[in-house]
Design a protein around this ligand. Sequence first.
Ligand SMILES: [Zn+2]
Length: 159
Amino acid sequence: MGAATPRLIIFYVIISINIMLEDLARLGKDFKWEKPSICPCCENSKLWGHGFVKCYFNGFSHSLWLKRYRCPSCNSVITVKPSGYWSRFKSSVQTIYNTLSYRFLNKKWPLSISRQRAGNWMRAFIKNIKMLIYDRFGSEPFKILQICFEKNINFLSSK
Ligand SMILES: [Zn+2]
């Protein structure tokens, strides 16, 4: 074995911005991203372009390209994604909230959404409130869902 190479620790950061997914789908890599003014980790103001990553969103048949930046100062990789979406979830927060609310109010799933996907959201939600906020907000799941949505708290995942 040769000499140990120093390990480079890279932080992956996601920044949410308000954009129209339709514009992103239409323009692809030509979409004009607004570069973040500073690195969210070290506040360095010079960020470099760092290619694109593919991301799937519900309602679009093909993947969309999200822009990435790299901070030369702290090596963070910054991905810019549309606000209103959580990482790892392809549906918008609004859609997830509407679906779960519908289920609580009507005791059945809306027809517009895959029951399997909706079931996954509900399981994640119930697991998450049991772990995190059950005590803080009382015991009624629908009320917890509403409070989280109003306060912009991720109700499906604690991370
Ligand atoms: Zn940085």
